[in-house]
Design a protein around this ligand. Structure first.
Ligand SMILES: [Zn+2]
Length: 72
């Protein structure tokens, strides 16, 4: 009786890794369901919101800067 050898990485076969989020504090990968970062203990939700606000502010500043440059 012959048995087929087990695949070396059975869990990886034909599967994609789960979608991961990034910690806004340290940039390491987290599960999207994580509320706090297991690496730097940051409040991921709070930091994510702060980062989003900063991004929108930067976008608005860029628009103002472009207008100022266009005026000459
Ligand atoms: Zn972190």
């Amino acid at each position: 009786m012959s048995t087929r050898p087990a695949p070396r990485f059975p869990r990886l076969k034909g599967r994609l890794p789960p979608q991961l989020a990034r910690c806004p504090g340290c940039g390491r990968h987290l599960f999207p369901t994580a509320k706090t970062c297991p690496f730097c203990a940051a409040d991921v939700v709070k930091l994510g919101k702060a980062q989003q606000r900063a991004y929108l502010k930067a976008q608005a500043a860029l628009v103002r800067l472009r207008r100022a440059v266009a005026r000459g």
